[in-house]
Design a protein around this ligand. Structure first.
Ligand code: AMP
Length: 317
């Protein structure tokens, strides 16, 4: 099943304790697509300026990403500059230059409007809403966001939440959005605003999937019955090189798996969390989207098997 993604296509400049990279391919839609293309056909919508090195996106096209919805207009491409200290879980944003994104109005090509799976990658929530106006009843819509938009476009973001099935955030963003310190409370707060599922990522400490139980169990008013929780660890990598894009790669693996299997059961969404975690772990092994694009189907399958080994145990004696 086809998967449509709308988000940023950027030039990133990143400093980590292990090195730095200047003006490399980045952006939420780029990382998402570089991950999701291993599972399903991806259609990408975004905008770049005339300064964008288009040849760097050829590898994405070769992986099955349809770039017909990527506009190229006069002006500067979106640029993000960030730094990571020894705590690789959170980036410090040094500079965000919206460039051509400041005036971008997403136009979903007619051939993309019927995509059954849609992901609104990290981008201005106003643009996320404009995308929702142009797609015709997708089966499942996910969205992502970040501190920058939670602070500057809160009301629009709350509007987005009313119209999506899934939201992915990291723990700091979940706390910022909900103004709740406890993550279970934060998840419940978010679920109460519309989405059926919320994924809260905790970087190297794994990811939670919180879901609202179906109607059959809604009669039970105990607080625990109002939210189901699944947890997957992050893959214990010995060398994390650059965490940029891990969240988008997670989302690409998650949504890619769901689009490939076309199965929205709770069990399958749990598997999707593990696929997402596996793809996030590849993203951080190199700068930019290099490793994500190079990874093979066998390597993905092997890493997912390692997750299984990591968490299975016998219950009881
Ligand atoms: P993450 O998966 O959270 O590490 O996402 C990293 C990517 O998000 C980088 O490649 C940036 O270009 C992109 N990014 C950073 N800030 C923004 C923003 N305000 N809006 C959209 N994309 C952004």
């Amino acid at each position: 099943m086809t998967l449509l993604v709308v988000g940023s296509v950027a030039l990133d400049s990143v400093q980590t304790p292990f090195g730095s990279a200047e003006h490399v391919v980045g952006g939420s839609a780029t990382f998402f697509a570089s991950s999701a293309c291993h599972f399903a056909p991806v259609q990408l919508v975004g905008v770049v300026g005339r300064d964008y090195p288009m040849q760097k996106l050829e590898a994405l096209a070769a992986c099955g990403v349809d770039l017909a919805g990527l506009e190229r207009v006069a002006g500067e491409s979106f640029r993000w500059r960030g730094r990571y200290g020894h705590d690789l879980n959170s980036a410090e944003t040094l500079e965000t230059r919206l460039g051509v994104f400041a005036d971008f109005r997403p136009k979903i090509p007619a051939a993309f409007r019927h995509a059954p799976y849609v992901f609104l990658a990290n981008i201005d929530p106003q643009l996320q809403l404009a995308v929702l106006d142009q797609v015709s009843s997708p089966r499942f819509v996910g969205c992502d966001t970040m501190n920058f938009w939670i602070a500057s476009r809160r009301n629009e973001l709350l509007d987005v939440l009313r119209h999506v099935d899934l939201v992915t955030l990291n723990d700091g963003e979940a706390r910022q959005l909900s103004e709740q310190v406890n993550l279970v409370h934060a998840a419940r707060w978010i679920l109460d605003r519309g989405p059926r599922y919320v994924v809260i990522k905790k970087g190297e400490h794994g990811a939670f999937l919180f879901s609202r139980p179906d109607r059959a169990s809604e009669g039970n008013s105990s607080p625990d019955a109002r939210v189901r929780i699944f947890f997957a660890p992050a893959y214990p990598l010995e060398q994390v090189f650059d965490p940029t894009g891990a969240g988008d790669a997670f989302a690409g693996g998650f949504m890619g798996h769901v689009a490939r299997t076309d199965d929205l059961s709770d069990q399958n969404l749990r598997r999707a969390v593990v696929v997402g975690s596996a793809m996030g772990s590849f993203a951080v092994e190199a700068f930019s989207n290099e490793r994500l694009l190079a990874v093979t189907a066998d390597e993905i399958a092997a890493r997912i098997r390692e997750f299984y080994e990591l968490v299975t145990f016998e219950n009881g004696r």
